[in-house]
Ligand binder design. Structure first.
Ligand code: CP
Length: 317
């Protein structure tokens, strides 16, 4: 990967995305082994900067780093000098002074990882910035779809929910459209940005209509913490009109793959029995997240993309 940073899928070429997905396959083999560790990043240091809460992404990056033999530490806003008023730039400059090689950052402000990337020499990985992008979530979602369904070209993927506030939706849309998937977006018109169709997706407020013949449904979390403009009806109304239920899923293909980035609001965007449906791959997404993040760290460190049975040898040197 001829890049210093991974800030979004918007700027990646289709071939770069394919290289990451192929390489993630090699790392998925590593994490399926009894001993889940390779020496690929020995001697490298990773700082995980989380200015917003996270369960999956933070733990997944921490595990990916450990499994690549990197040294790493995690920083959370609440227990740092940010609460004493330190600026983002000063914080990252101080962390850089401790000779880190990678900075993984989650921040509530769209563009914060780009600002950091411009100010430090270390590689920066966006772990979710505001309403902008969550590129490693997009990659792990595509990796999971590809493992179940094969080639993504022509696959009908339906993203349901609050697209306006969703960095996961934007990264999925950028990545999936570059790889030729047929992407549909469904949700309340108040939570569907008008310009989203310019990204090459079909939109509707009718979830049933969007789900017709779907291969994959990716259900977005209703982000209660970002609803500040009364764009959302009550959660009960949302569930009635837009929730993904077994009844609505009858319109999709019988082997539809059900996805959710987590954390789930059961009974709101996803019905309890859909969250438990045997066609869901929600925990598989979490497992694949570690492999996808290992692949990103390995490639940003200058590793060559691997896609063959030679994969294991390549990542072990
Ligand atoms: N999918 C996701 O970003 O989850 P977390 O907020 O728990 O990291």
């Amino acid at each position: 990967m001829m890049r210093k940073d991974l800030l979004g899928l918007e700027e990646l070429e289709a071939q770069e995305i394919l290289d990451i997905l192929d390489t993630a396959e090699a790392f998925r083999e590593v994490i399926d082994r009894p001993i889940k560790k390779v020496p690929t990043l020995r001697g490298k240091t990773v700082a995980n900067l989380f200015y917003e809460p996270s369960t999956r992404t933070r733990i997944s990056f921490e595990l990916a780093e450990k499994r690549l033999s990197a040294d790493s530490f995690s920083f959370s806003k609440a227990t740092s000098s940010v609460v004493k008023g330190e600026t983002l730039k000063d914080t990252v400059k101080n962390i850089e002074a401790m000779m880190v090689d990678f900075v993984v950052v989650r921040h509530g402000a769209s563009g914060a990882p780009h600002f950091i990337a411009k100010n430090i020499a270390a590689s920066v990985i966006n772990a979710g910035d505001g309403q902008h992008e969550h590129p490693t979530q997009g990659l792990l979602d595509m990796f999971t779809m590809r493992r179940v369904k094969g080639d993504l070209a022509g696959l009908k993927v339906v993203i349901v929910g609050d697209v306006t506030h969703s960095r996961v939706a934007r990264s999925n849309i950028w990545g999936l459209t570059k790889l030729g998937a047929d992407v549909h977006v469904a949700g309340p018109t108040t939570l569907t940005p008008r310009e989203i169709e310019k990204m090459g997706v079909t939109t509707t407020w009718k979830v049933e209509e969007a789900l017709e013949g779907a291969d994959v449904v990716n259900v977005l979390r209703i982000q209660k913490e970002r609803q500040d403009a009364n764009l959302l009806p009550s959660l009960r109304e949302y569930a009635i009109h837009f929730g993904v239920t077994q009844e609505r899923l009858k319109r999709a293909k019988s082997d539809v793959v059900i996805m959710h980035p987590g954390p789930m609001n059961r009974g709101v965007e996803i019905a309890q029995d859909v969250a438990e449906d045997e066609r869901n791959v929600i925990l598989e997404q979490v497992t694949n997240g570690v492999a996808a993040r290992m692949a990103v760290l390995y490639l940003l460190n200058g590793g060559k993309p691997v896609s063959s049975e030679k994969a294991m040898e390549a990542v072990e040197v």
